[in-house]
Design a protein around this ligand. Structure first.
Ligand code: ARG
Length: 459
């Protein structure tokens, strides 16, 4: 295939240079979006009268055929072409001759590539949004089934206060719903049409940018041509949303990996989601959760690549910007795969509720409740905190839990302790009293589940 620029340049591109310059081996996946952009452009050229209506009709008809042919495997992509845009145009011209050559009137590959990438990423964002929606639904189910599943809440990875499994998962749903909003926001800012911006300075032809923008489902055309073809902040923003979502996934996976450790034994992964060892016959490893945690790293790397690639580029287009595609394609693919795997994994996971409850017996997880009890009797919190601390020291020396301490011993620490202290430090009651501040009390959890449900119902 001849280079597009044959005319000005006498020699053809050196083979090694060509391989380095070409982008078709990664941008071919946008063939459908490239064709859709071209159809909108051709239609506008015909409607406005820049080319004859008959000609635009023929171009559109053939572009539709090319699209179907690629989809049905009747047309192989020529990986010798420079990029997907060049390939489609060359194929069109080889099929309908000179009329095909008119398609690129009032257009540059700069606005073409920008619009194609936006259309492609818009599709991917919608897939991601759908995936998050399914995940939030799965988490709601887990939460509804585990409102009473008491487990230790941790700070510093140390036993801290009792909470519930539903509470823990609903924390992740709060993050996932914000992730959804972030992708939605990306979509809003991304959804402006660069078509018509040309190479950098618009066009002398009387194009109708509103028409192509509307036909392609954009909210409006970009108003500055330099910005339209040389900005990639929508891609960086998307890479950032992907990174933040993967960070949330990574934390959840880390929780699950810890809970799956034999010393915790809170969760069991389905065998279909676990792997063994090549040497140790007893092993069952949580590889999928580990991989999701690991893949967050590639998303961070992609974000950093994009930010660094853009930072020193003088306006407007520079070929550096062709490097925007692989990182963002990788980030959205990583997110989509991780979403599917995580949702599936969570829907098949088993929780060892009894083990979780028993874990709360250790670590004086109800110590705050003991202090709060004294506060209820009129002791200032700081004093109540100190008395309870001394009591815990006594328990450690006597190898007792707070429940096992006799009432006489309680009284030796404070006259305010009465028999109802045992009620105050009962785990179920400790949880049930945590109504305020978004805590794990059943009535608070019901509100939190409603937040997730309202989110799902209003999508
Ligand atoms: N494949 C190129 C890209 O993605 C197309 C744009 C080429 N534009 C140019 N001025 N050489 O950036």
């Amino acid at each position: 295939m001849d280079n597009l620029w044959k005319g000005r340049l006498v020699k053809s591109l050196d083979q090694m240079a060509k391989n380095f310059n070409d982008s078709i081996h990664f941008d071919y996946i946008m063939f459908e979006e490239d064709i859709n952009g071209s159809i909108a452009h051709a239609n506008m050229l015909g409607e406005v009268g820049i080319i004859a209506k008959k000609e635009s009709d023929e171009i559109i008809r053939e572009l539709e055929k090319i699209k179907q042919d690629i989809k049905n495997n009747n047309l192989q992509i020529d990986f010798d072409a420079e990029d997907i845009h060049t390939f489609i145009e060359a194929e069109l011209t080889s099929r309908i001759g000179d009329i095909g050559k008119k398609l690129h009137t009032a257009r540059s590959r700069n606005d073409q590539s920008a619009v194609t990438t936006k259309l492609f990423l818009r599709k991917k964002i919608n897939e991601i949004k759908h995936g998050i929606k399914c995940l939030v639904g799965t988490v709601v189910e887990i939460a509804e089934n585990n409102i009473d599943t008491i487990m230790p809440g941790l700070t510093h990875l140390q036993l801290a206060q009792p909470t519930t499994l539903a509470h823990h998962f609903l924390a992740y749903n709060a993050m996932f719903m914000r992730d959804y909003a972030r992708f939605d926001d990306c979509l809003k800012r991304l959804n402006t049409s660069p078509l018509g911006a040309g190479a950098l300075a618009g066009t002398t032809f009387p194009i109708n940018q509103e028409m192509t923008s509307e036909a392609l489902g954009f909210t409006n055309p970009c108003f500055n041509s330099l910005d339209a073809i040389s900005s990639r902040d929508h891609i960086i923003e998307l890479a950032s949303a992907c990174s933040i979502l993967m960070m949330h996934f990574s934390r959840l996976c880390e929780d699950l990996i810890i809970w799956n450790n034999q010393l915790f034994d809170f969760v069991v992964f389905d065998d279909a989601h676990s792997t063994g060892s090549s040497m140790m016959p007893q092993k069952k490893n949580p590889d999928l959760a580990e991989l999701i945690r690991g893949k967050s790293g590639r998303c961070y790397g992609n974000l950093m690549s994009l930010l660094t690639m853009m930072k020193g580029l003088a306006l407007s287009y520079n070929k550096d910007m062709q490097e925007d595609k692989q990182p963002i394609f990788d980030s959205v693919d990583t997110v989509l795969q991780s979403l599917d795997i995580l949702t599936e994994m969570l829907s098949k996971i088993t929780f060892n509720k009894q083990t979780m409850l028993m874990a709360c017996e250790k670590g004086f997880i109800n110590a705050t409740d003991c202090a709060d009890y004294l506060v209820g009797k009129g002791v200032p919190f700081r004093d109540a905190y100190k008395i309870t601390g001394e009591l815990i020291n006594f328990c450690i020396n006597e190898n007792k839990t707070l429940q096992e301490v006799k009432i006489e011993d309680y009284k030796s620490f404070s006259q305010y302790f009465e028999k109802d202290i045992y009620d105050a430090i009962d785990l179920i009651k400790c949880v049930a009293r945590r109504i305020k501040g978004g805590g794990p009390a059943p009535e608070s959890l019901k509100n939190q589940i409603d937040v997730s449900k309202n989110f799902l119902n209003n999508l």
